[in-house]
Write a protein that binds this ligand. Sequence first.
Ligand code: AMP
Ligand code: ZN
Length: 475
Amino acid sequence: MSCTCLVSFLQTRMKSMEIKLYNTLSKKKEVFKPIKAGQVSMYNCGPTVYDTPHIGNYRTFVMNDLLRRMLEYFDYKVDQVMNVTDVDDKTIKKSREQNVPLKTVTEKYEKLFLAGLKSLNILTPHHLIKATDCIQDMIGLVQLLIEKDFAYKTSDGIYMSIDKVKDYGKLAGLKAQSTKDEKTHASYHEPKSRVANDEYDKEDPRDFALWKLKTPEDGDNSWQSPFGEGRPGWHIECSAMAITELGDTIDIHTGGSDLIFPHHTNEIAQSESATGKKFANYWIHGGFMTIKEEKMSKSKGNIIKLEDLAERSLTPLAYRYWLLMAHYRSPVHFSFDALEAALNALNRLKNTMNDYPRGGTVINSYKERFGAYISDDLDMPKALALVWELLKDDTQSPADKRATILDFDRVFGLNLGIEDKSSKVPFEIQALVLEREKARAAKDWSKADKLRVEIENGGYEVKDTSNGVQVRAKL
Ligand code: AMP
Ligand code: ZN
């Protein structure tokens, strides 16, 4: 086969590569089949803008980004929608505590969120939608649910009647029995079986609020509706935004695993009851990030933000690299030591890439393996390991290695082609090299050897050439 033929054969093969994704709904890996050939509609639950996002939140946003980049790598046209929750229990509580308008709170944290996306090289979703811009869509959906008799009115709002939803709880694997059990104890129209809060426990599925009638605590944050002045519940927000932007049935819906219940469970109940159609074909959930085995949460005081990393000179892209080392569904435990190791690895990788000559071509055998890994439920740890394997492969030219890794970086998103001053030889290593030079000039060979070991332990190697000493990151 001629060279051009081989390239086009490989491109066709990459395009037709079977993508497998783990679907929380079926609890197994499935072959991905989009509704429209070559196109993907994807809805990501976005941030609740009441505080600076923590690195756990960004783990999920990086997962969304990797998913989009992987699909685009295989030439799918992705339509990515992410919401910004700028009205809910938490945002209103914060504006009340700080005694400022809701928008003052939400606009501040939305800006920080967007800056975080940029620093992590996360592609901006095609549509970033604020809940407060879609209130009429939410009202319309609630109205439809009332008309279809899935919702009822109480003294404090409109509630979704979960016993009317045939397969309520299917995503979270709730036993149908649990709702029935409750029904034998109390009618759903009694207060015990309803919940007005946006968040509650999986062990306690109940009728939930679609529309919350105005209370004094809500301040100015209410809207007129046919069922009284009030505000939407958190779950109806996402259903309405997803359906309005992407249609009744979407290809992929994502979020962190904490959203499986109640949020995504309730989104399915509302959406499928209203439209009579399947809401999302693939439900993708990211594993949680913990710190010292605990859930990262404000109440535990163990929140870590991007600025905490910056204080220790740990870059957002080092964090992104560290995330690539674990499968997106695995829970990960954060530690600063692990992140430092990731930063060193990323710097070594970038330095090596910078040293390699430009103008090579992508190595097909490696590209094929890369495609096989990323299409297998986004196996980024294997894809990353492949990079290091390639770097050590003496049968490939440095220029081709560079071209191949830059091709992979369309998915990694590590900006490997951009020379980064901060990834140059660190100051401490430069100091050791200088000291070694002095030791060599003084013919103190044992000191020079000790310093070489120290430099190597720091991840660098020195070479004494006729042009002087050369320092580079170790592979
Ligand atoms: P929130 O701003 O709380 O609405 O969360 C935004 C996204 O971050 C959601 O998809 C959550 O599931 C996700 N998330 C929250 N905490 C973590 C965590 N510790 N690890 C991974 N994802 C998280
Ligand atoms: Zn959502």
